[in-house]
Design a binder for this molecule. Structure first.
Ligand code: SD4
Length: 331
């Protein structure tokens, strides 16, 4: 069903959310009654992620097919990229800050509304799993810097030098000009944000990144900020972001998308509105990329970006597809 029909049907019939044969209403109040979608458990599980991270999304999808819950599947999926030394935008091998430090940001959210995050962490590759540990093993939501790293060792994480020879060489070349500007569609991949719906129909997500290459020391982006790089509401849906974190944070993009879906928007329409908020406020949007992906409780998905070139992966029924996102700027 396309999104216009979906919205029309939802508002005309006032249908509730049906989980299997059960009718659930995610919108108990009059105010929220537009937030309704047909849920069919035969659609599940589903995994989606930012960019063309084929293997990571397949891993999450296969884990979900095997009965793993949405959060652990998302963390296992993104870990493939965190461990990939050739990926210069996530985890080990990520591009450093302008002083040569590789520092990682990550967040997770489970289907009970719990969240965990780490920011500016050195020497630890699997920061999405570390974010889960913050969520489950501490009274806090976010740990940063040296404290996050020290906590990681108490949880059995190993210390790794995340600066590869290739990243070091690229950084040394960058230092010749030291020109800092956001790069649009870095190597056609970037931050990985992953959203999963498991067999039970529960939603969770993970987001992990090395952030913007050659950022200032201490800079933290949107990825570990709950509501900016990632937001999950198991009653409604989830969203994740990639691109220039400063712009995503100023508009609290992922939270905005979930709230728009709560008010009845299809994920596609909600992603478009979140990008509209950025381009109407910024005079410089032509110089940077922001892209969103979203999924609702019924398993419908959407994506939108400023510049063409963004794609996202969708795994469902054993098929792992790369979908080209529509863009605000059309060439
Ligand atoms: C950040 N959103 O740190 C992340 C990284 C990214 O293009 O996606 N860069 O701002």
């Amino acid at each position: 069903m396309d999104r216009r029909k979906f919205i029309k049907n939802a508002s005309l019939t006032g249908i509730g959310i049906a989980a299997g044969s059960t009718i659930l209403s995610c919108a108990k109040t009059e105010k929220n009654k537009a937030s309704k979608a047909v849920v069919n458990n035969n659609n599940f599980p589903i995994a989606i992620c930012t960019w063309g991270f084929v293997n990571a999304n397949a891993k999450a999808g296969q884990d979900l097919d095997a009965g793993i819950n949405a959060l652990d599947a998302a963390i296992a999926g993104v870990a493939l990229e965190e461990n990939d030394l050739l990926n210069t935008t996530v985890g080990n091998g990520g591009a450093p800050d302008r002083e040569g430090n590789v520092t990682l940001d990550a967040s997770v959210m489970d289907s009970n509304g719990n969240s965990g995050a780490v920011a500016n962490v050195k020497n630890i590759a699997n920061v999405a799993l570390l974010a889960k540990k913050v969520m489950t093993e501490t009274p806090h939501v976010m740990l940063a810097g040296k404290g996050a790293e020290a906590f990681a060792y108490t949880q059995g994480f190993k210390k790794e030098n995340l600066l590869t020879e290739a990243s070091k060489k690229a950084w040394e070349e960058w230092k010749q000009s030291s020109e800092y500007k956001p790069i649009i569609n870095i190597e056609n991949h970037d931050t990985i944000g992953m959203l999963c719906i498991d067999k039970a129909g529960d939603i969770a997500g993970a987001c992990t990144t090395s952030g913007i290459a050659y950022k200032m020391k201490g800079r933290v982006g949107d990825s570990p900020i709950i509501g900016s790089g990632l937001f999950v509401d198991n009653q409604i849906g989830a969203a994740a972001a990639t691109g220039l974190g400063e712009e995503i944070m100023k508009t609290v993009g992922s939270f905005l998308i979930v709230e728009l879906m709560r008010n009845g928007m299809h994920p596609q329409q909600a992603c478009e509105e979140a990008i509209n908020r950025i381009v109407t406020k910024s005079n410089t949007y032509k110089n940077f990329q922001v892209a969103y992906i979203a999924i609702n409780k019924a398993g419908q998905t959407g994506s939108y970006c400023i510049h063409e070139g963004f794609t996202y992966m969708k795994y469902q029924n054993g098929k792992n597809k790369n979908i080209t996102s529509e863009a605000f700027i059309k060439t």
